[in-house]
Design a binder for this molecule. Sequence first.
Ligand code: 13P
Length: 246
Amino acid sequence: MRRPIVIANWKMNGDMRFTRRLLQDICKSWNGVHEAEVAVCPPFPYLAATQMLLEQTNIYWGAQNMSDRDNGAFTGEISAEMLNELGCKYVLVGHSERREFQRESSELVAKKFKKAVESQLVPVLCVGESLEQRENEQTYDVIARQLLKVVDHCGLDMVAKGIVAYEPIWAIGTGKSATPQMAQDVHSYIREILGPEGDQIRILYGGSVKPDNAEALFSQKDIDGALVGGASLKAEDFVEICRAAE
Ligand code: 13P
């Protein structure tokens, strides 16, 4: 059984006041026992406040990125151990915005994935194709390449300790989500690549998930939840998406 999970990625948004308010509002509407797991990934400077506010709740938290190194002269980087100290359970690795704007290679993403698992964090590996790649019918090749880099570097046993998020780049922040069938097709392909371990690995969809399309996406057999950007900045919308996962 794969427990559904919805993860908020707040990206570089909000200030301290906004973040506290958002956390409090989400907590208020998500108390008690739930079938779905919920986690939030705030910007780094707000992780300590997040830890304080969420420690006694049923909501987990994580970081949007981390270094593949342990420590040392790496100005501006943040280590897995630092995230552990801040109580993080999850860490996103290989988000398309980092692959694109920070030029992160699949090799680096694979190293981060490994470091995260070795440090008892749960990495959420993001994969996804661009619009051009989809139009050129390269979607499956791109997904396989991104995924197999991590499988080759870490082995399937280790990959099974993480989560995979399929986020088509053309659907991120555009309001144009993949259809449930499109997403399902890629999710089932990802599961196939992951072999026997694939059955237990949670695969999330991300890209313009909103309260009005969440249920249809979650009703697909291989969609185990979502990684939510824009809609997770509004407590009401985010919690509605979390409810749809149950
Ligand atoms: P949106 O939900 O804003 O499309 O962003 C998706 C995303 O990038 C989550 O990581």
